[in-house]
Design a protein around this ligand. Structure first.
Ligand SMILES: Cc1cc2nc3c(=O)[nH]c(=O)nc-3n(C[C@H](O)[C@H](O)[C@H](O)COP(=O)(O)OP(=O)(O)OC[C@H]3O[C@@H](n4cnc5c(N)ncnc54)[C@H](O)[C@@H]3O)c2cc1C
Length: 406
């Protein structure tokens, strides 16, 4: 168990501090118990509730108060591993299918966001992916060719093209279309609020401490007493994945800042989502109220730092990166935070049934596109739980490498 998923002052803190969900009287039996009320748990509850299943979502803190609250809210179908690299890694068909699934997931997230009673500020944005160094241009060009060849709408910009739209000079860039930004806490809590309270019960400040397998049901032990269900999904984020060992996950730390609202963002054409080819990268976006959120500077250290001074030092470094791109903007940091960030060895999420336990499932959206992966995973798990075949499950299955389970 990770004691601190994040430290510092979070931009979405206010949204994650809203009142608790009304505590329902637990049913004698649920079809599915979802452990974790972040975006993964909320999206799983949404897709299973649509099938008429009874669900309990159990979170040891507030729903949406885990890594979901540290999320920058950038939603992209392109991932940290470029499509042409993913093709080399897992083969052409699977790689293209995975990118298409992520693209579809963006549409599905928008459909869900559109149904909510409160706005999650879901807004479609294009992405600008620039080459950080001249030596990265060939990789970017190869990615352009690969995306274009497989039907993804993409433009390749030279240094001159880029300079004709923005004030900063980079060796080259790709523009990809129909990505999005969101307030992740409002999205996840909004989803849970939207669900039928007679069918989906949300239990906050209840910790799941163990699972006991009986012949006809599962007994879920919690700090509020035992619950009973047919199937369990662990949507526990970077925190823990009970019962699962051997999954190759690298826990790191990442940093983020949000500025005070900036008066005039007209220099930021189309308010594109900006990221780069350097690793670790810096990525940035704007918010509806004119703030700039920027993050990155990932470090290979599996815990959020405690020292405020240290977090502020990293925040100043991120601010300098933003300033280099937009020197005309006057930037005042309003929020800075540092958080645990998990990445799998092959950059794909872990989604699926436990390798040996039929009624236990995991939705672990490791990687920079965690929210998009959670949407992809919610559909895969829905099908597996309902006994439907899902050909995409193989791409993200838990035991895909040398993994083992207890
Ligand atoms: C700094 C940072 C920036 C990021 N930016 C982006 C971004 O721009 N776009 C993007 O798509 N992704 C981003 N991510 C990743 C994204 O935050 C995660 O993929 C996503 O929040 C994971 O959601 P989750 O629901 O799986 O996990 P969480 O939100 O962590 O939810 C898991 C929940 O499980 C609960 N839990 C754990 N164990 C138990 C237990 N035993 N009993 C009861 N409850 C339990 C926890 O309390 C927690 O609330 C970012 C991550 C970080 C750290």
């Amino acid at each position: 168990m990770i004691v601190n998923l994040y430290n510092g002052k979070l931009l979405w803190a206010e949204d994650s501090q809203e009142g608790l969900f009304a505590r329902s009287e637990a049913l004698n039996h649920y079809d599915v118990i979802i452990v974790g009320g972040g975006i993964s748990g909320a999206l799983s509850a949404y897709s299973l509730a649509a099938e008429g299943l009874s669900i309990a979502v159990i979170d040891r803190g507030r729903a949406g108060g885990g890594s979901t609250a540290a999320n920058m809210g950038v939603l992209q179908y392109s991932s940290d591993v470029m499509l042409h690299e993913l093709i080399d890694q897992i083969g052409r068909d699977k790689a293209i299918r995975f990118y298409k699934l992520c693209q579809q997931a963006l549409n599905q997230l928008q459909e869900i966001a559109d149904t909510l009673d409160t706005s999650s500020d879901f807004t479609r944005r294009n992405s600008l992916y620039f080459a950080s160094e001249p030596s990265h241009v060939d990789r970017l060009k190869k990615e352009y060719d690969t995306l274009a060849a497989h039907g993804f709408k993409v433009d390749y910009w030279t240094q001159e093209d880029l300079l004709s739209h923005y004030h900063f000079s980079k060796p080259a860039a790709l523009i990809t279309y129909s990505d999005a930004e969101v307030n992740p806490v409002r999205l996840s809590r909004g989803i849970l609020h939207k669900l039928n309270p007679h069918q989906v019960h949300v239990f906050e400040h209840v910790e799941v401490t163990g699972i006991e397998e009986a012949v006809h049901h599962l007994k879920v032990h919690t700090s509020a007493g035992p619950f009973q269900c047919s199937q369990v999904i662990f949507a526990t984020g970077y925190d823990s994945a009970p019962g699962l060992t051997g999954t190759k996950v690298n826990l790191m730390r990442s940093y983020a800042i949000a500025t005070e609202p900036v008066d005039d963002l007209s220099c930021w054409k189309d308010r594109v989502l900006i990221w780069e080819t350097r690793r670790p990268y810096v990525y940035l976006r704007t918010t509806m109220d004119g703030r700039i959120i920027a993050g990155g500077m990932d470090e290979d250290n599996p815990g959020a730092p405690h020292s405020e001074a240290f977090i502020h030092k990293r925040a100043e470094m991120i601010k300098r990166e933003v300033h280099q791109l937009f020197p005309m903007l006057s930037l005042k940091i309003a929020f800075t935070w540092a958080a645990v960030f998990g990445q799998s060895a092959d950059n794909l999420p872990f989604i699926g049934r436990h390798p040996t336990k039929d009624r236990i499932y995991y939705l672990l959206g490791y990687g920079g596109n965690g929210t998009v992966y959670s949407m992809v995973g919610a559909h895969i798990l829905r099908d597996l739980i309902l006994g439907r075949s899902n050909p995409d499950a193989d791409i993200v299955r838990l035991a895909r490498s040398t993994d083992s389970a207890e």
